[in-house]
Design a protein. Structure first.
Length: 149
């Protein structure tokens, strides 16, 4: 039997300046996918004038999205990380290197390193139902390794 349960997923987030010791993320959202990683395009193609297929590989950052329960400790920490890395007039970014280690209930570990936070909801949004909307934080990483598959 193959068990594909995600119950018990834990992410450990580290950031060189803001959170060097790191913090765990366990308060994953209930109304959107708790963790996402869109398909990675590793190659592209073209066609020559006479129909010859041309292929080339290209490097891409590996994107990981974490959706957390709004106002939870995890949301507060991720929001602080987003704010620390945001630039604006009169404000500089910490420009830190971020890492996330995902520990799956199956024993698999996915380590994302040499990354950055690229987007997040800076202002908590309230939905028509009167609920604060799930907070989404998007990261991109240079390196991803897996163990214990």
């Amino acid at each position: 039997m193959i068990n594909v349960s995600g119950f018990g997923l834990v992410a450990q987030v580290t950031a060189t300046t803001t959170f060097p010791a790191g913090f765990p993320v366990t308060a994953f959202a209930d109304d959107s996918d708790p963790m996402e990683s869109p398909d990675l395009q590793i190659a592209d193609t073209g066609m020559g004038l006479n129909g010859d297929l041309v292929v080339w590989q290209k490097a891409e950052g590996v994107e990981v999205v974490v959706n957390v329960i709004p106002t939870s400790d995890d949301d507060v920490n991720l929001d602080a990380l987003l704010e620390a890395n945001r630039v604006s007039k009169g404000k500089t970014s910490t420009q830190e290197t971020i890492g996330i280690v995902f520990n799956y209930p199956s024993g698999m570990t996915v380590t994302c390193s040499k990354g950055t936070i690229v987007s997040g909801s800076l202002v908590p949004v309230v939905t028509q139902a009167g609920r604060i909307k799930t907070r989404q934080y998007r990261f991109r990483f240079e390196t991803v390794t897996k163990a214990g598959q």
